[in-house]
Design a protein around this ligand. Structure first.
Ligand code: TGC
Ligand code: FAD
Length: 391
């Protein structure tokens, strides 16, 4: 297909963006076209993350865009953060995952809950990509119910002893630091920064994934790891600590997946215009038009939802339940768009010559992590009825 990427903007959402937001988006979009698109299919087929992209993402300002400049961030608003996530995920959900985790799950907690020393020690290096971080909440026996975690932190003089294991951790095998959540002697959840090389700490990779293949996933295993007390995040305790980080990451995903959906839709539309069967472009058949019309409708609704959520979050008014609704809606939308787009491409849709199958497989993880689709339905249910149905 010859024509270049043409992102759908059916309701002129672009007019709602500032000039600065558009400049940021263009910079990331160009980078994705030049540096991600040409290599990402091979990377996914080989189950490798293109490590050289990390430093470039740091230079682009994709790590910690809303973190203040004095700590190495770009001091941008939340809509800009969202637009960056959209463009990265148009490249691949694994690329967006890398930036999401670094920004929302590592830089955000260190900035929000950390000491001034921790901020100065870690944030500037995380912003440039000189240092990679990961986030350990999920455990082998506790995914949707992180409050039941078994990882333990026990006090002992000038250091703690950490025991337990985390599972399904994005970037764990390549991370220099891990923000880990564990229960102390009183059963209170605390956050701490575990550094690569600490005795008793290992991070084995998880293999044989069919999804997010261009992203490293692994475990975090703690066997009597001695953690200096200054590595404790001093300004938070309880489950609300990790959940506040998840609000930021879920927000980024609500924007990010629109990029994957737009890439699938654009590919399918162009293919449908060019591919002929029965001597006519397949775009001329009503059944294919129905698919395309429904796709652009759902993408448009997701764009408007994300834009409004971005405004609320920039004003610090977005509730956790509003973020949850957008994560759930937009991921499901993107997965449906990917599935429908793949059908429009027929057999070609299953090959790596087009991005659709890769997006579709990635989105099967995205609909599970950061809270499953069903958990987010229960969060909305709880919010509108006041009745908790988790337990
Ligand atoms: P619950 O009793 O409801 O709440 C405990 C405390 O937390 C507060 N809270 C929140 N605070 C801020 N933001 C939120 N979203 C919050 N939700 C709850 C709550 O007010 C309470 O505070 P306090 O002061 O009273 O103590 O907790 P629960 O045990 O009943 O669980 C609730 C539930 C199920 C909604 C929650 O645990 C949940 O969201 N589960 C899903 C787990 C999840 O999303 N895991 C994600 C792991 S990280 C990941 O997937 C990274 S992938 C990254 C990538 O590669 O891009
Ligand atoms: P479970 O909690 O066992 O759920 C299984 C099924 O039961 C789901 O369908 C769920 O919706 C349903 N269910 C559970 N409870 C209820 C209920 N109360 N009511 C109705 N249905 C329910 N975690 C991290 O901490 N850090 C990371 O960086 C990270 N990265 C990830 C990367 C990838 C590629 C993947 C796949 C996961 C990652 N995760 C990470 C873990 C992710 O957050 C969890 O997989 C997710 O929270 C779900 O937990 P689980 O897989 O244990 O499923």
């Amino acid at each position: 297909m010859k024509t270049p990427y043409s992102p759908p903007d059916y309701y002129l959402v672009d007019e709602l963006l500032t000039a600065e937001q558009k400049i940021i988006r263009t910079a990331i979009r160009d980078w994705v076209d030049r540096r991600v698109k040409p290599v990402i299919d091979d990377a996914a087929q080989e189950a490798k993350f293109p490590m050289y992209l990390i430093k470039e993402m740091g230079e682009l300002g994709a790590f910690g865009p809303f973190i203040p400049v004095e700590y190495g961030g770009a001091g941008l608003d939340q809509t800009s953060y969202g637009l960056i996530m959209t463009e990265l995920e148009r490249g691949d959900s694994g690329i967006r995952s890398c930036a999401s985790v670094q920004t929302s799950l590592v830089m955000y907690p260190i900035y929000t809950f950390g000491s001034e020393e921790q901020r100065r020690k870690y944030l500037p290096k995380l912003a440039t990509g000189e240092m990679i971080g990961c986030f350990g909440l999920t455990e082998p026996n506790h995914g949707s119910d992180p409050g039941s975690m078994e990882t333990r932190l026990s006090g002992n003089g000038d250091h703690f002893i950490l025991n337990g294991a985390k599972m399904w951790i994005t970037n764990s095998p390549i991370a220099d630091i891990a923000v880990v959540w564990a229960k102390d002697d009183k059963g209170t959840i605390r956050g701490l920064i575990v550094e690569k090389g600490m005795a008793g700490f290992t991070a084995p990779e998880t293999h044989k994934k069919w999804s997010l293949r261009a992203s490293y996933t692994g475990e975090l295993v703690f066997d009597n790891v001695k953690i200096p007390k200054e590595n404790l995040l001093p300004n938070i305790s309880g489950l609300k600590g990790p959940l506040k980080c998840l609000n930021s990451a879920r927000y980024g995903i609500a924007w990010g997946v629109i990029g994957a959906a737009m890439d699938c839709y654009d590919t399918a539309l162009r293919y449908a215009m060019e591919r002929k069967q029965f001597r006519k472009p397949i775009a001329s058949f009503q059944l294919q038009q129905k698919k395309l019309a429904e796709m652009v409708t759902e993408i448009t609704k997701a764009q408007l939802l994300a834009w409004r959520l971005g405004t609320l979050r920039s004003e610090d008014r977005a509730t956790a339940a509003q973020i949850s609704l957008a994560k759930r809606n937009n991921v499901e939308m993107a997965l449906n768009v990917a599935r429908e787009s793949r059908q429009i491409l027929g057999a070609m849709g299953i090959t790596g010559d087009f991005p659709i199958m890769r997006h579709m497989m990635n989105l099967e993880s995205v609909i599970t992590y950061e809270g499953t689709h069903d958990i987010h339905l229960l969060i909305t249910g709880n919010d509108i009825t006041g009745i908790e149905a988790f337990k």
